[in-house]
Design a protein around this ligand. Sequence first.
Ligand code: SF4
Length: 218
Amino acid sequence: MYDIDFFKNSNNLKDKITKGFLKNSDYENINVELETLRKKFPYIYNIETTNYCNMKCVMCPRTMFMTRKNIWIDDKLFEKLISDVKIHDQKNLEYFWNWIENDYKQPLNEVSENGFYFSVISRHLVLHGFGEPFLDKKLIQRIKLCTQKKIPTYFSCTPATMTVEKAEKAMEAGLGVLKFSLDAMDERKIKKITKVIWKSDVLLMRFLVKLIVKKKLV
Ligand code: SF4
């Protein structure tokens, strides 16, 4: 999760920069102001538990730029990181969300990247980076650890590695939000983008139907 106070308090400065009211020569003053606004301890926004991925999506920075070798996170490092995570208290979150809707003019329930960023990412630790979370064999264990520490979690994945069972286990472990990306409904187009063949629509429909039946949503 990100520093919601910094986002709110630096908004005027951001406006001045984006509207062209400040010049390159104001760089030092901008730096000083940002230093006064930021918290003096780091916020942990996301933890990449693995950088393995079974796709090579053409638009992905991982495909284009990643030169690191593929690994899974060290267990001790993961535990250390989650012990440093700062959770926003509910009162502060609601204050931030009110400001987002009333002053920043972004509806929180809008189905858009911004709506998602402000309503979901502001209150969850992100458990993905360069990589596919479900390729981490200890993912469920890690979600459980976060849940025990009352850290809300979210990650994005591809339906190609997700199964109903995996998704359910993640949710039962306490995962708050699961997002999956579908680049197209046509397998030929999917292959063009991800460089991997998988039955996108079949997998997705099977997932949704099984989940709906199991959870008695209809
Ligand atoms: S599935 Fe995600 S991480 Fe993997 S290559 Fe595609 S966009 Fe990148």
